[in-house]
Design a protein around this ligand. Structure first.
Ligand code: PLP
Length: 408
């Protein structure tokens, strides 16, 4: 019990087994296949092709006190979330994955695993709640924090402190301004100074970017977003390049704080990931169409999308993102804040709500979500593109821009 062996598909100890034989064989398959077949796990007792949910929080011991099922208590390990973890680790090309109760819980586990007072360098803009959390930890003296402009490798290199900087935190494309960081170069800078580099790859997903293959150490996902994809699960995930001391600490943090994902949510997430390789490219295609239409629209002053050639991160994104540039984009409404708010309230197909990565498209006035410390332009709207027909989304935005900017 508690042994990593039990967490690898196809190894004895778990009840479900990978139909693909073992982990190495599974990894030889393309990610689309692994995702579609949920790694090929099956239940030997029923031969059911759909992975089972194991709601049990506890597992029976044998007469000699051992755990024949390989698990003792669900706060430490549970077959259902191990299946979703094994699939995500394979998709990211990582050594192991851990699921958490939310993306924020996953991020907190990384930060809580650092020694007190560790120096952290993070790129900003980044997901605002995470930036606020980092800033609070710094105010409380739990970390020492430097924020550098997202994607600015020169600033990153200048801010690193050899032997002191423990963690570099990068989000690419960054929410909501889609700043792009060259992961290979950032990893080289971090590691040359003895620091770990963690990448929030929520917007890219493993479909478009695999940070571990580019030399990064940890990958974070708000699995609430495109990994699950249906706006019905709150979840987070971490994937490691190797099982080292930091990873053991992260795993211990999750078990101690109980920030695990329940079996039902894990099962929904696993089901969501089975269609990831259809959903993510479709959303990226839609986002590209919408971004191009907005860039040509007279009522729009600026569009933030790495798929546009004029985006400052386009060249790097074209190199490190395969098959699309993600579902997220933002734009500024020329007529100002009131007009922007009016546009967000006048879309009909695109719903006015926060979050991203669902099959349905969403729009929101970002500064009012983030509050007074946001620092974002007040005329900025963030859009998450789903898998609807792009023509319908473009038409919806055009009618909202026409009526929203006329009345203000
Ligand atoms: N990272 C990014 C890029 C996000 O957009 C979010 C949430 O919006 C998070 C992390 C936090 O994830 P969660 O809401 O699942 O805690």
């Amino acid at each position: 019990m508690g042994d990593d062996e039990n967490r690898v598909p196809g190894r004895p100890g778990g009840r479900a087994r990978a139909a693909t034989g073992d982990c190495d064989a599974a990894r030889a398959l393309r990610p689309e296949t692994l995702a579609a077949q949920a790694l090929g796990w099956w239940e030997p007792s029923t031969r059911g092709l759909v992975p089972a949910i194991h709601p049990s929080t506890t597992f029976e011991r044998a007469e000699d006190g051992s755990y024949p099922g390989g698990r003792g208590y669900t706060r430490d390990e549970n077959p259902t979330y191990e299946q979703a973890e094994a699939l995500l680790a394979a998709l990211e090309g990582g050594e192991q994955a851990l699921l958490f109760a939310s993306g924020m819980a996953a991020a907190a586990a990384v930060l809580d695993s650092l020694d007190p007072g560790a120096h952290v360098v993070a790129g900003s803009p980044m997901y605002w709640a995470l930036r606020s959390f980092l800033e609070r930890l710094a105010r409380e003296g739990r970390i020492r924090l430097d924020l550098v402009p997202s994607g600015d490798l020169g600033a990153l290199a200048r801010t690193m402190r050899r032997g002191e900087t423990r963690l570099v935190w990068v989000e690419t494309p960054a929410n909501p301004t889609c700043d792009v960081t060259d992961l290979e170069a950032a990893a080289a800078i971090a590691q040359s100074m003895g620091a770990v580099i963690a990448v929030d790859s929520t917007v890219a997903t493993p479909v478009h970017t695999r940070p571990i293959a580019l030399g990064c150490d940890l990958v974070l996902h708000s699995a609430t977003k495109q990994l699950n994809g249906h706006s019905d699960v709150l979840a987070g995930a971490l994937v490691c390049a190797r099982r080292d001391e930091l990873w053991s600490r992260i795993r211990r943090e999750r078990a101690s704080r109980g920030a695990v994902l329940g079996p039902f949510e894990s099962w929904l997430l696993l089901r969501g990931m089975r269609t990831l390789y259809l959903r993510a490219p479709a959303a990226s295609r839609g986002a590209q169409r919408v971004a191009e239409a907005l860039a040509a629209h007279p009522a729009v002053s600026q569009v933030f999308y790495p798929g546009l050639p004029e985006h400052p991160g386009h060249e790097v994104a074209a190199r490190q993102m395969q098959g699309g540039f993600g579902c997220l984009l933002s734009f500024r409404v020329r007529a100002g804040e009131d007009a922007a708010r009016a546009v967000a309230s006048r879309t009909r197909v695109i719903k006015q709500a926060t979050s991203l990565g669902g099959v349905e498209s969403l729009i929101e006035h970002r500064a009012s979500i983030e509050g007074p410390d946001s620092g974002l332009p007040v005329d900025l709207l963030r859009v998450s593109i789903g898998i609807e027909a792009p023509e319908d989304l473009v038409a919806d935005l055009e009618q909202a821009l026409a009526s929203g900017t006329r009345s203000s």
